[in-house]
Design a protein around this ligand. Sequence first.
Ligand SMILES: C[S@@+](CC[C@H](N)C(=O)[O-])C[C@H]1O[C@@H](n2cnc3c(N)ncnc32)[C@H](O)[C@@H]1O
Length: 459
Amino acid sequence: MEDEYSDQIAALLAPPSSQSIQEYYNSLKEAGKCDGLNVRDNGKHGKAVFASREFKEGELILKDQMLVGAQHSSNKVDCLVCSYCFRFIGSVEAQIGRRLYLQSLGIYGEKECEKEHPIHSTNDKMERDLPPKEMIESLLNGDLSLPFTNRFELPEAVPCPGGCEEEQYCSQSCADADWETYHSLLCTSSSNKQSSVLLKFIEHANETNDIFIVAAKAIAFTMLRYRKLKKSQAKDKGKGLLGKMDNTSFSLLLEAWKPISMGFKRRWWECISLPDDVDPTEEVEFRTEIRDLASTSLELLKDAIFDAECAPLFSLDVYGSIIGMFELNNLDLVVASPIEDYFIYIDELADKEKEEALTITRTFLDALGDDYSVSCQGTAFFPIQSCMNHSCCPNAKAFKRDEDIDGHAIILASHPISIGEEVTLSYIDEDVPYDKRQAMLADYGFTCTCPRCLEDCPN
Ligand SMILES: C[S@@+](CC[C@H](N)C(=O)[O-])C[C@H]1O[C@@H](n2cnc3c(N)ncnc32)[C@H](O)[C@@H]1O
């Protein structure tokens, strides 16, 4: 594969030209996706985002819709969200009932160790008493209503159009968009002939690293765009569909790949930082292991969705570079939990109302323990946010407001920003000393030379 398609693989992985960067980001601007911003090379660190108008401190700079993303597998236990826009779905009762039901089966999500829990702090999960089974079932099937949940209404869950039970949506439009963009190739419904091989791929990702699922979505996204482009070209030319990969179909594949081509990339096994528990003398073995893991995952994905017309997409270099792109660019997918808001609301009620509400809700809060507040978490790639460079004295920050109830990346001005100024974020906790900052940024492959670092630099 790598030898047979070496030219095409090199073309897919070549950094985009300035002209194609301009064209692509201008098209996003024309579509209203980045008003007040321009993306261009800053002459030092590759692509960068510049303000084309002034922004006041605290003002919204960008609401960026993800290109591709997925909820962490372990987080699916804690939060039932729309598989396309990541809004919480169902009802407060169903969310709580589902979580307690899974807990009763001994299935737990991942604990958010570092989060502060304003209204609850219990001991270990295993020691919690669960409400009776019938009570959990009544929450799940809608027979039991909790007080004041009408103030926290969630969209009803819409099933996957293909019939799998893995994905649910907040609306038919999200269900259709997911199907057209990624899921029609990755659906594990029994009506899909490839479901058993797809399940093997997913099982491997869940056991090793769920970043493979996001990479599979990036490949499915490109293949489906390619098929759409090919169809419309065939219609325009009034001739039959092209059968195999030739120059024309490769230029369509390059066009389909364009949104992903814009992301800064390096191969995953080359850019992943060495974990603390790996001895530096074993670095070569570690990187080989990571490459082998990606290779196994790719073979499983190929068994499930390989298409000869898109063959270069299935090379290990391309797969590794897509995963590396998530590693180097990702802003975590985070959506705050309405269940947390609900329990905080109950906690803040006036004395008598609170006492009455607590007679019903306390059992559930105790059973959930600290997990009542777990947010939806995952990995995502955002087309414009991913062009923002780092500074240890940034002028912007990623910050979700109360109204941001889905998976968009939200970027706010943390200082006033003037026209023509570069918009920067901090990739790290910038409140630490110079040496520590540089050590953390080494994981991103650069030494920071922002004004603060130049001042703090000992030499
Ligand atoms: C999220 S991307 C930012 C956009 C990137 N400049 C591009 O061309 O796509 C992160 C990468 O940009 C580069 N970068 C970001 N901030 C930088 C800085 N302050 N100094 C040097 N390189 C930086 C590094 O290569 C980093 O891994």
